[in-house]
Structure formats: structure tokens, C-alpha cells
Design a protein around this ligand. Structure first.
Ligand code: ME8
Length: 533
């Protein structure tokens, strides 16, 4: 039976167009999901939109449309971007879908029945932007939201509360027995020291001051707090408490299934404190991992809709192709750390890694196989020296490291290993000098071995890169005459023997750095429609 893997992105707010930061998180998840599928894991990859809440209602009002019309319009921009980025999600959840709304109502009722939720009055400092209440100490003398720095307002309202204290011990015990639950670890310390140790206040989980949300069935003037609504998407999309719950049984209930939520640090508190508690109320298992990735920033700070400094993925895709953009996102910012988008680095990545390293290896190898063997990939002869042995060992070691690092969600590092294999193979060409071997008929078996090894490195590397390079890896396979690429064949040295090389155009065009940097700068300062407002 194959192993199961469930991965989710945050469900984004459709309050404005998606920017490269959203594309970053979704692409990384897509690369992880594609990699797992390729390796035979039964995989479910979920993304979606978080469509309720006061912020959406206010944005819709400002535009003179209904909240549903508003989110429907923005949703199309997310669909188009994910299509353009080649995102391979298995489902797309929108929190206004009846399947979700009905289930959230059932979840709320279950929590009420269990007395995990009770009715009381809330009085506190409220941040409209974050949709969060804060205590006097948290907002400080200037009454500013500790999360976003905006002014907060004093509010009193009848509200339902979730009993956090009831589940705090269970939560801490879960942290202790699952050291990888929150990664990187610094993110766990932040939660324990800043939020849990000082004592968790009961969480206010309903609102009466606006209506754009899911109604509490037992008390319809209340709508369910947007975070209780949003977090449960991870199980409502799988069919929890619905007629067909087969995906829920398969990907959530089965202990063999690994559950991974990928999020930004801004929403860590909700995912690693409240979400596991809610699951505790429902008597459900908790996710294996919440991976907190870093932010993609611009030189002047965090890329954000409100700052208007965000770059859209479209012009980059249009000019450089989706594979180059996907590769940049995975390789440039080590997964888990913050990084800065710069045009210089974008061009450098494409030229150095894709043109000079990967594309060049393919091009040189294909030309030499045509020249020395009439385009037919020769036999993978026994290693003739330590260099050949090193290449054989490196192909095996790279596959092992690639799997281990990917399984540990060290995605950037995993792909770096593949690039190192390619670099080593380029150096191997210089060291072996096939053009010299070709002059000596006695060296023919060695030359065959060199060319077969190079072809196999390209095959192995293209398989491992295929979760990122969703089109270019296929082009490389077709150059190698492979019609049915299979990940298992990485270990089958010699499997390409007899294939005919079909040399096409170069995989990636070299970029004129000066010119392209200017082009990208134009995209960054370009018309507002292409940049999230
Ligand atoms: O918080 N760099 O939605 P949201 C990298 N609806 N990632 C970025 C980014 C950047 N500059 N900007 C945003 C919400 N992100 C809630 C989530 S989940 C149950 C509900 C990514 O539209 C990052 O993953 O504000 C961040 O956590 C997420 O978008 C926030 O998206």
C-alpha cells in the first residue's frame, strides 16, 4: 500500500490580487506535492480562499458590490494565477461553498454541546485588519495592534468564547512528544513564550457586529469567527461530517497519512495554538507538521497588498516562462527563511543554474553523443577509474539526500543537491576530455562509459527537477529519447542504452543581464493592475 501525504497552503484572503508572495508559498507546496506523487505517495494537495469576515465585507461595500460578488471576482484572479503557475492542487476550497459552511455549523454545534464554547460578553481592543481582539497590555499605551501596528478600537459585544485553558496541557504535551510539529523550532519557542506561558485567554469565536460570515445555528445573530471558520477548511475540504468522507478517512484519519500545513509566520499562532485545540475538541488527530516559511520581501520591506510594493508573477512568467519563475522561487530563498526579491538575483539564477549548468550539460552531452556515437546512447560500461566511480556514487547519494531533505521539507537544500550533481557532471566532462578519448580507439569503452554516465546524470537530475521544471524536464527527456520517464530508473544505470538523441532548441535562453534587470525593474514599477494594490 502506498504511503499517504496531505499538504495544504493557507487559504488566502481574496481581498486583492495575489502577488509573488502568495505564489511563493503555493509553488513551494506544489513542488513538494509533485515530488511526493512522483515518488509513489498517494498525495492530496489543497489550496483555497478564506472568503468571510469584516474586511471582505468592508472592501465589497467600498466597491458597491455584494461580498459574494466581490470574492467571486477576486477568486478568478487566483484561479488564473494558479493555472499560469502550473499548480497541481487536487481541490480548491472556498469558505463560501455550502459543503464548508454547513460543516462549520456542525463543528460549532459540537463544540457548544461539549461546553467547549460558552456565551458571554466581550469587551476589549479590536483590530479590524487582523480581525483580532487584544488585551490592554498587548495594545500598549498607544493602542496599536501588536500584529500589524494599526490603531485598535474599544468594543463590547455579546459573544461566544472557546475554552482555551481546557486544552492547553494537551497542546503542550503534543509539542513535547512531536518535536517537529512546529518547524523551524524558533517558531515553537515564540508560541510557548509569548502566548502560552503568560496564560491563554479564552478565544472569542463569534461576532455580532457584521454579517458576512457563517451563522451560528443556535443563535443566528452571531456569525462564526473567521479563524474558526477558516482553519476548519483543512478538514471540510476532505469531507469531514459529510456524506462522502472517503478523503477524510484516507488523508486525515489514517495514522499512516502525513499531514503538513505550510504557512507564513504571520499566521503561526492560529495554526499551532488554536487549530490543534479545535481538533482536540472534535476528538481528531493533530497535523504532523506546521511548516512556517519565510517571507519574500522587496528591498523596502515586506511585500504586501496594503504597501502596494508587490510584484505580480504574470509579467515574469510571460517573459521568462513558468519554469524559470518556479525555479527562482524554490532556489533563491531557503525554505523557512526570509528573502528579498531582486531583479539581479532573478537573472543570475536563470543564467547560472538553468543556462550555464543544467542547459549546458544537456547541450554538450547531446552534441557529443551525436558526434561520437551517431546519436545513439552507448553502453554504461564498468567504471574505468575513480572519476567514473565518483559519478556513480554521486548519482546514488544525490537521490538519497534529495528524498531525505524533501521529506524533512528542506526543499531548497534538496534541489541544491541536484544542482551540485549537475555541476559535478560538467566538471567531469573537463576532467575526462571526451574529445581526447575519441581520438584513441582503445579508449572507446571508456568513452562509452563517460557519455552514458553523462546521459544518466541528466536523466536522474531531470527526474528530480521535474517537480519544479514542469515543462523543461519533459524537453530534456525527449532529447534523451525517453518517452516514459520513471523515477525508479534513477538507480538503473544503463537504462538509456540504445535511445536516440533528439536535439532540439536550447532549454533556456541566456539572459542579457543588463537588459533584463531593466525589464524586471519596469515590471516592479509598472501599471497598478499587474501589481497587487
Ligand atoms: O492570512 N512572502 O490570508 P493571507 C511569502 N486567510 N509568503 C507570503 C507573503 C510574502 N510576502 N505574503 C503572503 C490569511 N504570504 C488567512 C489564512 S489559513 C486557515 C487562513 C503567504 O491572504 C504566507 O503563507 O493574508 C502567509 O501566511 C499567507 O500568504 C497569508 O495570506
Amino acid at each position: 500500500m502506498s504511503k499517504k501525504f496531505y499538504i495544504t497552503t493557507p487559504i488566502y484572503y481574496p481581498s486583492a490580487s495575489p502577488h509573488l508572495g502568495h505564489a511563493y508559498c503555493t509553488t513551494l507546496c506544489d513542488v513538494i506535492a509533485r515530488g511526493k506523487r512522483m515518488r509513489g505517495f498517494e498525495t492530496f494537495f489543497l489550496t483555497g480562499l478564506d472568503e468571510h469576515g469584516e474586511k471582505i465585507q468592508k472592501n465589497a461595500q467600498a466597491k458597491g458590490v455584494t461580498p459574494q460578488q466581490f470574492v467571486d471576482e477576486v477568486a478568478t484572479r487566483f484561479f488564473s494565477l494558479w493555472e499560469a503557475m502550473g499548480i497541481s492542487n487536487d481541490d480548491f476550497i472556498r469558505t463560501t461553498q455550502p459543503r464548508h459552511e454547513k460543516t462549520v455549523q456542525k463543528i460549532f454545534s459540537k463544540m457548544l454541546e461539549k461546553d467547549d464554547i460558552y456565551l458571554s460578553t466581550y469587551s476589549g481592543w479590536y483590530c479590524v485588519h487582523e480581525e483580532s481582539y487584544w488585551t490592554e497590555t498587548q495594545v500598549g499605551e498607544n493602542h496599536l495592534c501588536p500584529e500589524c501596528g494599526r490603531p485598535v478600537e474599544q468594543k463590547d459585544e455579546e459573544a461566544y468564547f472557546y475554552r482555551c485553558q481546557k486544552y492547553t496541557d494537551e497542546l503542550l504535551a503534543y509539542y513535547d512528544s512531536n518535536p517537529l510539529f512546529i518547524t523551524p523550532e524558533s517558531r515553537k519557542n515564540e508560541m510557548v513564550n509569548t502566548f502560552i506561558k503568560p496564560g491563554l485567554l479564552d478565544l472569542c469565536v463569534s461576532r455580532t457586529s457584521f454579517s458576512w460570515g457563517i451563522q451560528v445555528v443556535e443563535n443566528p445573530k452571531h456569525v462564526i469567527y473567521v479563524w474558526l471558520d477558516a482553519l476548519t477548511n483543512y478538514i471540510t475540504a476532505l469531507g469531514y461530517l459529510q456524506e462522502d468522507d472517503s478523503n477524510f478517512q484516507k488523508f486525515w484519519m489514517d495514522e499512516e497519512s502525513e499531514i503538513v500545513h505550510v504557512i507564513g509566520a504571520d499566521i503561526n499562532r492560529f495554526h499551532t495554538i488554536y487549530w490543534p485545540m479545535f481538533l482536540g475538541s472534535l476528538g481528531l488527530r493533530k497535523p504532523n507538521r506546521v511548516f512556517v516559511h519565510g517571507l519574500l520581501m522587496m528591498k523596502d520591506g515586506k511585500m504586501s497588498k496594503s504597501k502596494g510594493n508587490a510584484i505580480s508573477a504574470y509579467p515574469l512568467i510571460e517573459r521568462y516562462g513558468v519554469d524559470a519563475v518556479r525555479y527562482y522561487l524554490v532556489s533563491e530563498v531557503p525554505f523557512g527563511q526570509n528573502g528579498t526579491f531582486t531583479p539581479e538575483q532573478f537573472v543570475m539564477r536563470v543564467n547560472q543554474d538553468l543556462v550555464n549548468n543544467y542547459g549546458n550539460l544537456l547541450n554538450r552531452t547531446a552534441s557529443m553523443i551525436i558526434k561520437y556515437f551517431g546519436g545513439i546512447i552507448p553502453e554504461y560500461t564498468k567504471a574505468s577509474d575513480a572519476l567514473d566511480e565518483e559519478i556513480d556514487a554521486l548519482i546514488r547519494a544525490t537521490k538519497v539526500a534529495y528524498e531525505t531533505l524533501n521529506d524533512d521539507l528542506q526543499v531548497t537544500a534538496a534541489y541544491e543537491k541536484v544542482m551540485e550533481l549537475i555541476s559535478r557532471a560538467n566538471k567531469f566532462i573537463e576532467e575526462k576530455a571526451p574529445w581526447a578519448l575519441a581520438k584513441d580507439p582503445e579508449k572507446k569503452p571508456e568513452l562509452e562509459g563517460v557519455m552514458a554516465r553523462l546521459a544518466h546524470v541528466i536523466y536522474a537530475a531531470s527526474l528530480m527537477l521535474s517537480p519544479i521544471l514542469i515543462h523543461k524536464a519533459d524537453e530534456a527527456f525527449s532529447v534523451l529519447g525517453v518517452t516514459n520517464p520513471s523515477y525508479e530508473e534513477i538507480d538503473s544505470f544503463g537504462c538509456l542504452k540504445g535511445n536516440e538523441i533528439h536535439k532540439g532548441d536550447v532549454l533556456f535562453q541566456r539572459l542579457d543581464a543588463e537588459k533584463e534587470i531593466e525589464e524586471i525593474i519596469k515590471m516592479m514599477t509598472g501599471p497598478k493592475e499587474t501589481v497587487a494594490a
